[in-house]
Design a protein around this ligand. Structure first.
Ligand code: G3I
Ligand code: 9MR
Length: 574
């Protein structure tokens, strides 16, 4: 043993041992993946000074990854349950970063990714007491926003001035988009609805901390109040975005002065708005009945507008051929609305228990709900139905279909997992590696957690955990994709404040988009295969931007697993 310790001691950190850089719960699965070839078959888990070996195991056979030239061997040390700080060591290769085995091992990252939204707040200064070294002055007051030519109407002609302050910046850019706020808010509200007791005790040190509302809801309300200003009071329609004509430079938010516009109203924006405000109405009622009431009124008004405009897409390129100024910021130009109809109808029904719009959602029970994304929100309606109690018999057939859909999807993920060279559900096919692929991984985790909540079968949490492990380091890039979390995390995200603030560390708690072989940013990439096409460079917006709709499923996944860990025996033997 002493000899072994001496051999290991001579070894250096290697990036060829990939694992969750936060660590593991004492009684949960624990896996590291070795991505360089080694001659031996043994691995060791040792104390951080490499002196004491606490576990010895055998590496698995070689697996060839389907999404890059990587070959892997797995080191499974699930049986090690003693809390502590450790490394995984492989003779001839080196040792991993330090990780912990302990209860609440994901508490910090779970709180950090929620706090990430505070740093995205527009129109208010971030004070040192809450933002530390990332304090900054307010950006984009948005109290003089112009009606764009393409959004002009009789009450609000082109150039009319409205106020639409507050809300979160969408991503690395400084614009605010309703469609992307839709899925983001729906996901955060779902997290609270699924785990209210847990979130009541989660504090993130934001200005509102300590008031009667849980921090997650305070954060959501900051964006909700902005969303409410995006509805045209005359007709209930909702503008697609509040935006510059062109993206700001890589500067701090406080220094930009380019004019801001609201652009054309649209069906996706209006129905997403209806869904969010309807969902918020029922959740906020005990905390702020007046705000809840305003939300429900706004939701109904939005629904009425959508009935008059059932399929009005935001086609930015076409609009740019007609109207000035040309708008070149993100489009979120969804063209299929059956999922937005289903989600909005679901939330309105569940909040009011009154059927909406000729039972549109009942017919849409057949809808092809898939993994949620900004353009596909049907599943959010499913999740809301499936958590609801006391539903009338009339909807039981629909609910049963929804249940089967979620379970079928979850089971297909478990089947796909067997092919994974990294022991993750992420990587069902090459199509998982899209722009924002890390949100794919996080959303798959949420599907699995919903399957757990429907069945109480622990295996679903184990599989969800494989994707949390993926996001925190057990992936082909070896990055923990959350800024400020883990030993190797993004240092140069495409995030204007992180680039411009003069602080070395990026703003923390933000999830990078993740591997995307599309590489639409035309930045130079060292690796270009589906699971490796990630570049920690601020020009790489197609893989290294951050965005509110990617952070939200990470908030859900990390916090839900923290909430469930003590209940399912991850922390102590049950
Ligand atoms: O829908 C097609 C799919 O059918 C096809 O198989 C696949 C193959 O690449 O492409 C799919 O379309 C992609 C689409 O996202 C849907 O995932 C496009 O290629 C891809 O270019 C597009 O990327 C979007 C990107 O904006 C460019 O429009 C991202 O989803 C979206 O998250 C991103 O959002 C930006 C905002 O516009 C501006 N703010 C920052 C934010 C994050 O980068
Ligand atoms: O910063 C922009 C980012 O938020 C978007 O996701 C991305 C794609 O729309 O575009 C980025 O802006 C780039 C623009 O598209 C082209 N010129 C360089 C800009 C980034 O520096």
């Amino acid at each position: 043993l002493l000899l072994l310790a001496a051999t290991l001691h001579a070894q250096k950190i290697t990036t060829a041992i990939k694992l969750n850089q936060c660590g593991f719960y004492p009684h949960a699965p624990k896996v590291a993946v070795v991505t360089d070839s080694v001659t031996g078959n043994n691995f060791y888990v040792t104390t951080t000074n490499l002196r004491d070996t606490v576990f010895r195991g055998t590496l698995s056979d070689i697996k060839r990854s389907a999404y890059s030239a990587t070959k892997t061997r797995t080191a499974d040390f699930s049986a090690l349950a003693v809390p502590g700080s450790y490394v995984v060591a492989v003779p001839g290769l080196g040792h991993s970063y330090v990780f912990d085995i302990r209860a609440q091992v994901h508490h910090n990252v779970a709180a950090a990714v929620l706090k990430g939204y505070y740093y995205q707040r527009a129109s208010m200064p971030l004070e040192e007491a809450f933002a530390g070294k990332w304090r900054r002055s307010a950006g984009h007051p948005d109290n003089k926003v112009l009606i764009h030519a393409g959004a002009a109407g009789s009450q609000r002609p082109e150039g009319a001035v409205i106020k639409t302050p507050g809300g979160w910046y969408d991503a690395g850019d400084y614009n605010k988009y309703i469609v992307n706020s839709g899925i983001t808010m729906g996901t955060l509200l779902a997290a609270y609805e699924d785990f209210p007791a847990y979130f009541r005790q989660l504090h993130t040190n934001i200005p509102e901390s300590g008031d009667a509302m849980p921090d997650i809801l305070n954060e959501v309300v900051y964006n909700l109040r902005w969303m409410l200003t995006m509805q045209d009071p005359a007709d209930g329609g909702v503008y697609n975005k509040c935006t510059n004509a062109a993206f700001d430079g890589m500067v701090m938010p406080g220094v930009t002065t380019a004019p801001r516009y609201v652009v054309q109203k649209g069906t996706a924006a209006t129905l997403d708005f209806a869904a969010v405000t309807a969902q918020a109405a029922r959740i906020l009622k005990p905390f702020d009945p007046r705000l809840a009431d305003s939300c429900l009124k706004a939701a109904n008004k939005a629904w009425q507008w959508a009935l008059q405009h059932p399929a009005l897409a935001y086609r930015q390129d076409s609009l740019n051929r007609i109207y000035q100024p040309v708008i070149s910021t993100g489009a979120y130009g969804d063209r299929y609305f059956s999922d937005e109809w289903l989600w909005a109808a679901s939330e309105l029904y569940l909040t009011t228990r009154q059927e909406k719009g000729e039972a549109v959602w009942l017919q849409l029970g057949e809808d092809k709900a898939g993994l949620p994304s900004w353009a596909n929100v049907a599943m959010l309606g499913y999740y809301s139905f499936l958590r609801s109690k006391d539903l009338p018999a009339a909807v039981s057939g629909t609910v049963k279909q929804m249940r089967e859909k979620v379970l079928t999807l979850a089971d297909s993920y478990m089947a796909g997992y067997r092919r994974s060279a990294f022991g993750t559900v992420m990587g069902q096919s090459a199509r998982d590696f899209i722009w924002g692929s890390n949100a794919v991984a996080a959303n798959q985790g949420i599907v699995l957690l919903n399957a757990y909540m429907l069945t109480r079968e622990k295996k679903y949490v184990d599989y969800a955990l494989t994707n949390l492990d993926y996001l925190l380091g057990r992936n082909a890039t070896g990055y923990s994709f959350v800024t400020g979390t883990g030993s190797k995390s993004p240092m140069h995200p495409h995030h204007r404040p992180s680039v411009a603030d003069g602080v070395t560390d990026p703003v923390p708690g933000l999830l990078a988009g993740g591997p995307n072989p599309g590489m639409q940013d035309k930045c130079s990439y060292e690796f270009t295969e589906p699971e490796t096409a990630y570049s920690d460079n601020d020009c790489a917006y197609a893989s290294n931007e951050i965005a509110i709709n990617w952070n939200a499923p990470m908030v859900y996944l990390a916090n839900a697993i923290e909430a469930l860990a003590p209940k399912i025996g991850y922390s102590t033997v049950k």
